[in-house]
Design a protein around this ligand. Sequence first.
Ligand code: ZN
Length: 92
Amino acid sequence: MGRLKNRALVHQDRQKRGAVLGDLLRAKIGVFCWCNRCGHSAEVDAVMLVQQLGPAFPVPEVGTKMRCTSCESKDVATRPAWPSHGPIARHD
Ligand SMILES: [Zn+2]
């Protein structure tokens, strides 16, 4: 029981912290960004970000390069825009 739970946590952890822009490019998903100040959110194409920042750039740090298009705040958070429903069935 505990083992299964741990494995699930590790998997989640990889999705949250381990992703770099090149991973998103391969998975054909974008970067989900939201503003901590006004709550504005948007999904940004990974192709564009890879061109600007390179494929090894960590996804959670993309927010440090961004500015909210709504309120111009630089307090922007980013994460991979994984599909929100259903398990991820494919494993490398
Ligand atoms: Zn904002």
